[in-house]
Design a protein around this ligand. Structure first.
Ligand code: 13P
Length: 254
């Protein structure tokens, strides 16, 4: 079976100002010069930068994504941004259900599903995040938690072309810790099986499942080589073009 094209996405979280454009520009330059990279590459900067990045990167291979969206099209939701607005600003994808949003903003899986549906409505790819806490892993609940989050967050008619799943163990985010390669493989295999049950073999086999949580240039090759890992969602190491490139180049065919 043909493997889906990998995706390496950088989540800048609440980091970056206009001057950070130079990092995006370097990355776009590296991508333009390097034809052997078979992964799609995306940056998800804070909302304040999406319009300028979207504009400046038009025609480039580097894609732009949002970090969150509201479920509604428009209306009285102070401080929120709709998926349509992200698309209008030049985004082609949006992260939904990141554990930091589930924790900081009490987002339930149902709320995440509504956001993913909004992304689809706006023509964006929804990058749906799932992941267990340290306690849940210690209690042996990892697969149940992932299964529950996936069931609640995945739109019924999700397709390989409009949905990406990101497995991000909460305890691995920003800590320098990563699960063993066997553990990563077990969770990704489980997610693939769940997707197959929900969406059928065709959509499930083509859907990208990213690993995220302390992905760095020195561990990316091992993590990306695990079966059913189709790319990475990268936090800290995506802020500097050189570091991020060290991860992206894992997918260089040279
Ligand atoms: P780090 O790569 O900094 O651990 O962050 C991962 C993450 O949360 C990406 O969404």
């Amino acid at each position: 079976m043909t493997q889906p094209r990998p995706l390496v996405a950088g989540n800048w979280k609440m980091n970056g100002e206009q001057a950070s454009w130079k990092e995006a520009e370097s990355l776009a330059g590296l991508l333009a010069a390097e034809t052997a990279v078979r992964a799609e590459v995306m940056l998800c900067p804070p909302a304040t930068l999406i319009t300028s990045f979207g504009h400046q990167l038009e025609g480039s291979k580097l894609m732009v994504g949002g970090q969150d969206c509201h479920g509604e099209l428009s209306g009285a939701h102070t401080g929120d941004i709709s998926a349509e607005m992200l698309a209008d600003a030049g985004a082609s994808a949006v992260i939904v259900g990141h554990s930091e949003r589930r924790t900081d903003h009490g987002e339930t899986s149902e709320a995440v599903r509504i956001k993913a549906e909004a992304a689809h409505r706006a023509g964006l790819v929804a990058i749906i995040c799932v992941g267990e806490t340290e306690t849940e892993r210690k209690q042996g609940d990892t697969l149940n938690v992932i299964c529950e989050q996936l069931s609640g967050s995945l739109p019924q008619n999700a397709k390989a072309g409009n949905t990406v799943i990101a497995y991000e163990p909460v305890w691995a985010i920003g800590t320098g810790l990563t699960p063993t390669l066997d553990d990563v493989g077990e969770v990704h295999r489980h997610i693939r099986a769940e997707l197959t049950g929900k969406l059928g073999e065709d959509e499930a086999s083509g859907m990208r499942i990213l690993y995220g949580g302390s992905v760095k240039p020195d561990n990316a090759a091992d993590l990306m080589a695990v079966a059913d890992v189709n790319g990475a969602l990268v936090g800290g190491a995506s802020l500097k073009a050189d570091d991020f490139w060290g991860i992206v180049s894992v997918y260089s065919e040279k």
